[in-house]
Design a protein around this ligand. Sequence first.
Ligand code: HAM
Length: 445
Amino acid sequence: MADIASKKRKRASKTPELLRGFRDVIQEEAPYWQHVQASATDLLLDYSYSEIQLPILEATSLFKRTIGEHTDIVSKEMFTFEDQGGDSITLRPELTAGMVRAYIEHGMFNRPQPVKMYSIGPAFRYERPQAGRYRQFNQLSVELFGDAQPVADAEVIFISYLLCKQLGLDVTIHINSLGSSESREDYVQLLKEYIKPKRSLLCEDCKKRITKNPLRLLDCKEEACRALFIQAPLLVDNLDDESKKHFVAVLEHLDESEVPYELDPYIVRGLDYYNRTAFEIVASVTNDAVEGEEATVTNLIVGGGGRYDGLVEILGGRNTPAIGMAFGLERLVSAFKKTKSGISSEKKPQVFLAQLGEEAAKHAFTLFETLRSNNIRVRANFGKTGLKPQLELADKLGVVYTVILGQKELLDQTVIIRDMENGIQEVVDLTKIVDEIKKRLKKGR
Ligand code: HAM
């Protein structure tokens, strides 16, 4: 009895752990996230995409009606629950549905078209966690509403490619056309006829897909199923004329802008709302070599998207063509880290402020703020008093100068500037500290 009680107590006092499939981005990793997000938003603003911020919780029906009832996302992976008022709500599994809702809700069809937006934030899917797959992950979703022309598809793909290139990633766009919903229906019949005699050889999931979501048969990851579909009729060979023309024009744009792409007839995407162009961005990532072995290269799908011309109307808006894509930020950041491009040294601290003694400590905030507000990247540890630990810290941070404010200096209204490379120290007037530091930084030391 006593044993059980003590076990219970132990369990109760144990620090609760992260949920499976969830992760923290701790301080060492955050600069990579900031760099990737800043690169993305700078680029998107240049191409006239504005930010929209959306709630994480939405009505469950929003996702059922857009992503599709029979998709894996809606049928198996949503975090859905009833709120206190008895309404069914869902943690968004992606951002596009919310963006379409917002486009309609805010009457954005009355604005000059196209409306170009991006949004960044968490999405939730109850998937089996593994490397690069989480239950909470972050997406950067980029959407262009109100332009049916192939150039709009090409623009979204081009910008996605540019961002990857800017981050030093080696990527290829895998692209396909899903045609119109009518041509797809005809194709699905062909596919079903093809697979009927082979049904018993399919995996259990694919057997269900035949009736519920036949197109998804094509991107089953099971080897046995894949082998069966090598000979299958292809959607891209059964497109309606308009979709064919559209697809060729998109590819011509990509050729002209030198975007590397591969035709991939098996891309169908895991969401039901697409028509015509569908694509995925595949990064070739070099993993660190393990001792005695060569470095390996793996393919990572960092993003995906496509055209979804019917979606605004499905949710009750006007007939509005649209195209978009989303990056998975965990994957983009991880691929970026592996490029070893590093983060620009621009943001590295330049000066450390060390204070000695009680009086100096009281003045330290003011001096720190004088330096900071004059655009000098300064760091300090206001709780430390000894010189040695502060110089060690300054060294670790890699600053160029340490400004030392001591009791004597405070009385004289001076400070010491210590060159961290050679240890040479100079006494300067407290009132001239900003100019003195700037002068030295400009000289290169
Ligand atoms: P998606 O392909 O489902 O498309 O997701 C886009 C990207 O999010 C994926 O390529 C992947 O990088 C990342 N991602 C998806 N699931 C996970 C996960 N469990 N863990 C980590 N990363 C993940 C969409 O969501 C569409 N809304 C894209 C879109 C925008 N289509 C048109 N506009």
